[in-house]
Structure formats: C-alpha cells, structure tokens
Design a protein around this ligand. Structure first.
Ligand code: SAH
Ligand code: SF4
Length: 359
C-alpha cells in the first residue's frame, strides 16, 4: 500500500489501487466494499470531489473532508481544441502550478500525452518546456488525473498514454512508475500501450528496469529514447545535459535495459533543418543503431517562436527516412497534431504565462 499518500499531510486517494482503498476503508472503520465503491467513482466515473460520491454515507464523507482527504483531481483552467480535434488542456495543481496534457484522437486510437514534471531542468535547446526550467516533479495522482481530465474532455476512453508532455520522467522515476501502475490497473490501459519517453539521464536506465519490475511486476511499457543526433558532438549541441552521458554509454544502457526487461527500446529523432537532417546524419545514425532491431520515430521540428531552429522540408524528411530504411532501420515520421494550437511540448503553458505577464 502507498502509505505515503494517505498518511501524513498528503491525503490523496487518486493513484491508489482497489486493494489499497479497501485496506484504507477498513483502517477508517468502514467495510472493505466502501473502498471498492470509491475506486469505481474515482476511476470509472471520474469524480473530482469526495463530496460527490453520494453512494457513501454523508457522515463519513463529511468526516473525510474534515480530516483533509481529497480526490487529487487537477482543475482544468483552459481548453484548446484544434481543427483536427486534438485537445490541449492547461491544468492546475493544488499549489497553483500549470501543466499541459494533450488528447490526440484518430479512428483507431485515442492517445493521451501526459506531463511528468512542472517544467524541466534538462534545457534542450529546441524545447519550449526546457526554456522555463523546473518547478517541481508531479506526484503519481497528478499524472493519473491528466488521463482522466483528457478522457472527460474528449468523451472517449483513452487507448494509449505517452509520457511526452512536460518534464523528464527519469528525474521522477518512482512517481512515474506508480502512475503507470495505476493507469494500467485502475484505468485499464495495457502496459504495452504506454510509452515512457526520456532524453536519457546517466545511470538511471538499469535502475528504471529494476524499479519497474519491482513496482509493476513486469516492465512491459515501451521505452523511447530521445536520441536526436547520430553522434556525441551533435547531441551535445542541442541537449546540454548530454555532455555528462556519452553516446556509447547511452546505447549500452539501452542494451542492458533490453536484457533485463526483454523489451526493445525505440528511438526518437527530432529533425532540425540543416543541423541534423543531412544524408550523412541518416547514414551515421543507421550505423550506430545497427543490431538494435529498433524503430526510429522521426519528428520534424515544431517551431517554438525563438527562431533558433528551422523545420526541414518534407522532401528532406522523406529522404532521411528512405536512407534509414535502405540501411535496414525501421522508421516512421510523426505527423504534427493540433498544429493550429501551440502544438509543441510546453507551448500552451508558455503562451498562457506570457498572456498573463502581458495582461
Ligand atoms: N523529456 C522527455 C519527454 C518529454 S519531451 C524527452 O525529452 O524525451 C517529448 C518529446 O517532445 C521529445 O521527443 C522531444 O524531442 C519532443 N519535442 C520537444 N520540443 C519539440 C519541438 N519544438 N518540436 C518537435 N518535437 C519536440
Ligand atoms: Fe525536458 Fe524533454 Fe524538453 Fe528536453 S525535450 S527540455 S528533456 S521535456
């Protein structure tokens, strides 16, 4: 049981499993089935306040509220719906911080892109989130809530979750893994439909594999590595923190991760016009990834308004992909979604903060 969540000052129920809630209800002097009722209202009905769980006795509800227990649901403060039906939510934590969550619908899937931190300390040069630094890491319930917030906004059950919003998940590993557990068990989204994206933090990948096995039983989620360059020198130019994590060590850690979990990692590669998108970069990348039997997701740069980088032409993107394929590296091009609505990571929040500052 996650005693840290319900004992002490942080009396939040979201993120707890059905068993946790049963144990907790019994500890509160109630029958165990009350825990299961709360589980149903939290995860299936998406209730945002304990007061609204009308199936519970009113006297107990009142005493829970008096004792400071709460759902832990995030408040929606702004919603933007793009022409392609992508929904971006600006959400507020209980201490007044803003984070983003995005819902991306297609015919077959409904993907939720969640944030793992408020801001990010990694400072990648092409990323809007990286510009503002880190405020704090999110707790598991704040990550789980994002999936529920998007589900309610979309009116549709999410099929996939990607940790590609704000923040670096491997600087918040434990809470991210507890969130994955809850998204998996309590919201019913299969681990194989959950992707954790990381830019890579030295000495964390083998530990991630071990902690994942301890917390989740089996680590079956997809690990995506934001590689973004075919060599160390170019990587350091766009990802400052790469200087403390040599390229070869990162690839070696990916191999260790595979050997512990049995899960292949995939790679993400942001294409920055005239910087890392040339044919020689594709050829070098293919050489470095040989033997990985992995998949590379190519992401054309989404401008963040500082004029520092260029978006490559579609021709260049296709040429890069064709070169990878010819060298035996499976790849795909990630289509930009919600393009008319501050599409890139961290942009809605940045835009909102700027509006607040200017008003
Ligand atoms: N910190 C993690 C996860 C969040 S970033 C990571 O870096 O992997 C998620 C993805 O958004 C990363 O692959 C990142 O490269 C991409 N991204 C960030 N800024 C972008 C931009 N301006 N255009 C396109 N993709 C961007
Ligand atoms: Fe952080 Fe990822 Fe943005 Fe880099 S790309 S600053 S790691 S959120």
């Amino acid at each position: 049981m996650r005693k840290d969540l319900v004992i002490g000052t942080n009396k939040v129920l979201l993120g707890l499993s059905a068993n946790d809630l049963e144990d907790w209800a019994v500890a509160q002097g109630q029958p165990a089935f009350r825990g299961r009722q709360i589980h149903d209202w939290l995860y299936n009905k998406g209730v945002d306040n304990l007061e609204l769980i009308t199936v519970l006795p009113k006297t107990w509800r009142n005493s829970l509220l008096e004792d400071g227990f709460r759902v832990g649901h995030l408040n929606e403060i702004r919603r933007e719906v793009a022409l392609d039906s992508t929904i971006k939510l600006l959400l507020e934590t209980c201490d007044g911080l803003n984070i983003e969550a995005v819902g991306i619908p297609t015919k077959q899937r409904m993907t939720v892109c969640v944030s793992s931190q408020v801001g990010c300390s990694m400072g990648c040069k092409f990323c809007a989130t990286g510009k503002g630094g880190l405020q704090r890491s999110l707790a598991a319930h704040e990550i789980v809530s994002q999936v529920i917030n998007i589900r309610e906004a979309m009116g549709r059950r999410p099929s996939n979750v990607v940790f590609m919003g704000m923040g670096e998940p491997l600087l918040n590993t434990k809470e991210v893994l507890f969130a994955i557990r809850s998204i998996n068990h309590d919201l019913g989204i299969g681990q194989r439909r959950i992707t954790l994206s990381t830019v890579g933090v030295a000495n964390t990948l083998p530990d991630l594999a071990q902690q994942a096995v301890a917390i989740l039983g089996r680590a079956q989620f997809t690990l995506a590595i934001s590689l973004h360059a075919p060599n160390q020198a170019l990587r350091e130019q766009i990802i400052p923190t790469a200087s403390s994590y040599p390229f070869e060590d990162l690839l070696e850690d990916c191999r260790k991760y595979l050997s512990i979990t049995g899960r292949r990692v995939s790679f993400e590669y942001i294409l920055l016009g005239d910087l890392n998108d040339q044919p020689e970069h594709a050829i070098e990348l293919a050489q470095r990834l040989k033997g990985f039997q992995s998949h590379v997701n190519l992401i054309p740069y989404n401008p963040i308004g500082d004029g520092e980088f260029n978006t490559p032409s579609l021709n260049r993107v296709c040429e890069f992909r064709n070169l990878l394929e010819r060298k035996g590296i499976a790849s795909s091009i990630r289509r930009s979604r919600g393009g008319d609505k501050n599409a890139a990571c961290g942009q809605l929040r940045r835009h909102h903060l700027q509006t607040l500052i200017n008003s």
